[in-house]
Structure formats: structure tokens, C-alpha cells
Ligand binder design. Structure first.
Ligand code: AMP
Length: 302
């Protein structure tokens, strides 16, 4: 067994349009965002598949953060997972204009020895079938974090509910929590999810921060107050990645550690949304993450 964090999810090329700017074929995907964020806190590995168009420069971006790519498969017959999204006025909502599974169509996860021995696993957003099949390959996971999206809540409810019971921490955003719990009140949604089998729940609420529903109590972390929102894509994945990385790096899973992990998540996510892809996060690095963590801590106390 090892103290590394195994991140499962999509590695993608995204085309994104915001009210202010647009970018084509930039590195995205839940696993890319999550692993880049996690890499500031713990040694990180990715399990995913990329296609025949995957660029060396993107491999370099991930390996520059010491992310272990030995469990990233290469499918020479298909392109990389593709997502095209457009944000509406004021970034308040977005629509998916195109999504192509490409290399994920026939993807069967396989893990090398190191990944099989991971103590910490983040099942980042991808189908619950791929998440479960990957988790099956990890020999003795000690702490499993699950992230998902509305698509799977509506199309794969049974697989998702079975997976929730195998995980230690469920991360969803506010609308997903309400959808999953079948209630319009966010606090009731968190409590319902605990009752229905999730051991611990984090609900992300974008610019309003995130809430923790834990058997030892309730906790809220505010978002870092930014004034330069550029592209919200990947904020949730970065939050989940930094939280998972923080837990793996600390080697502890208690209430205090999860609360501190949420501070790390909030700081890191705020840097992701200041540029397309993770460019700002990679540019500013750990010093700025730590400065923002301290700032959030200070604005949270009386
Ligand atoms: P977020 O903004 O946190 O929801 O994450 C956006 C990222 O998720 C983008 O980089 C997309 O490539 C990726 N993505 C979009 N749809 C899916 C999907 N169905 N499965 C996995 N990843 C996806």
C-alpha cells in the first residue's frame, strides 16, 4: 500500500465560450483538473484514456507537476474525449453544445501495481460504471471520494447509488444534491444524503462556498472572493482534487482534516477560474494557494 492519491475521471479537450472570451482544444476533463489541483498536496496518479490527438505539450504540463501517468492508456484509433460548452450572460449557467466520448467508448480501466496499492482514491466525474470498475481494481482503498454530475444522477441512478455506499465522502454541487436527494432545501438535501447511505457529504455552492455534512458536525467554507472570473470550467473538479490531495497528503481523514481540505479546495478552485484550463493555477503555484488558504481562514473567524 502507498500514500499516493489515485484520480479517476476524464482527460479531455474542451472548446469553451464565455461572455468575454473563447478557447479551443484546451486541456480539460475532470481528472486533469483534479490531478493538477491535488498535485500541490500529495503524490498523484491518474487513471484515464487519451486518444491519437493528445499533445506532448499537455503530457508535459501534467508531468511538470510530477503527476504519474503510467495508468493513462493511449487509444491510437480514436481522438481524446471532447467537450464543447458555452456560458450564458454573467456566467450564471452553461450549456453543453457537444460531448464525444471518443477514446472512452471502449475504455476498460486497468491499473498497474502502484495504483492498485493506492490508499486514497478520488473517483472524479465520469460514468459510475468506469468509476466502479476502477475502484474494483484497487486492493485496499482506505478513503474513497466520489464526485459526479447531474447526467449520471438522471441516467445511471442505480449504479451511482450503489457506488455512493462504497465511498467515504460524496461531493456534489447544490443543484445535484437537490436532484439526488429529491428536495429543494440544500440543508435537507445534505441531511437526506447522509441518511440514504453517504458517510460524509460536501455540497459545493460555487461563489457561495461549500458545506460539509459530517457525523461530528456541520461546517461551511466561503469561496475566495475573486474579481477576475475568466472561465468557471473545472472549479468543482479542482475543489475535489485539492480536498482529496490534502487528505492524502495529511494521511488523516478526521473532521478537522476534511475542514482544512475544504480550505485547500476553495483556494485552488478560485485560481482555476481565473483562466482557461489550469494555466493560472500552474503559474501561481503553492505560494498563492497558501496565501489564499490563510485569507479564507481569516475572513471566516470573528
Ligand atoms: P466542471 O466545470 O467542474 O463541471 O468540469 C468541467 C470538465 O468536465 C470539462 O473539462 C469537461 O471536459 C468535463 N466533462 C464534461 N462532461 C463530462 C462527462 N460527461 N464526463 C466526464 N467529464 C466531463
Amino acid at each position: 500500500m502507498n500514500d499516493k492519491l489515485l484520480v479517476v475521471g476524464s482527460v479531455a479537450y474542451d472548446c469553451i465560450e464565455t461572455p468575454a472570451d473563447s478557447a479551443d482544444f484546451i486541456l480539460g476533463g475532470s481528472a486533469s483538473y483534479a490531478a493538477l489541483a491535488a498535485s500541490y498536496f500529495a503524490p498523484t496518479m491518474i487513471s484515464a484514456v487519451v486518444g491519437n490527438d493528445f499533445k506532448d505539450s499537455d503530457i508535459k504540463r501534467l508531468t511538470a507537476r510530477a503527476i504519474d501517468l503510467s495508468d493513462v492508456r493511449f487509444d491510437s484509433s480514436k481522438p481524446t474525449f471532447f467537450w464543447r460548452g458555452k456560458y450564458h450572460k454573467n456566467f450564471n449557467s452553461r450549456e453543453t453544445l457537444d460531448v464525444r466520448l471518443n477514446a472512452y467508448e471502449n475504455f476498460v480501466p486497468q491499473l498497474g501495481k502502484d495504483a492498485q496499492g493506492a490508499k486514497y482514491v478520488l473517483l472524479g466525474n465520469i460514468s459510475p460504471e468506469i468509476q466502479a470498475a476502477t475502484l474494483d481494481l484497487v486492493k485496499a482503498p482506505q478513503y474513497v471520494i466520489l464526485d459526479t454530475m447531474d447526467l449520471w444522477i438522471t441516467t445511471a441512478a442505480e449504479s451511482l447509488n450503489n457506488l455512493i455506499k462504497r465511498c467515504d465522502l460524496l461531493i456534489v454541487n447544490d443543484s445535484e444534491a437537490k436532484l439526488l436527494a429529491g428536495t429543494q432545501n440544500i440543508i435537507c438535501a445534505g441531511n437526506e444524503l447522509l441518511k440514504s447511505g453517504a458517510k460524509t457529504v460536501v455540497i459545493k455552492a460555487g461563489e457561495f462556498g461549500a458545506m460539509l455534512f459530517h457525523c461530528e458536525g456541520f461546517f461551511v467554507v466561503p469561496a475566495y472572493p475573486i474579481t477576475s472570473l475568466h472561465d468557471p470550467t473545472g472549479a468543482g473538479d479542482s475543489f475535489a482534487g485539492a480536498l482529496a490531495g490534502y487528505i492524502a497528503g495529511a494521511g488523516k481523514v478526521d473532521f478537522e482534516t476534511i475542514k482544512n481540505g475544504m480550505l485547500a479546495g476553495a483556494a485552488t478552485a478560485s485560481m482555476t477560474v481565473e483562466s482557461f484550463s489550469c494555466y493560472k493555477l500552474e503559474q501561481y503555484g503553492i505560494d498563492e494557494i497558501n496565501r489564499r488558504r490563510e485569507f479564507i481562514k481569516n475572513i471566516s473567524k470573528i
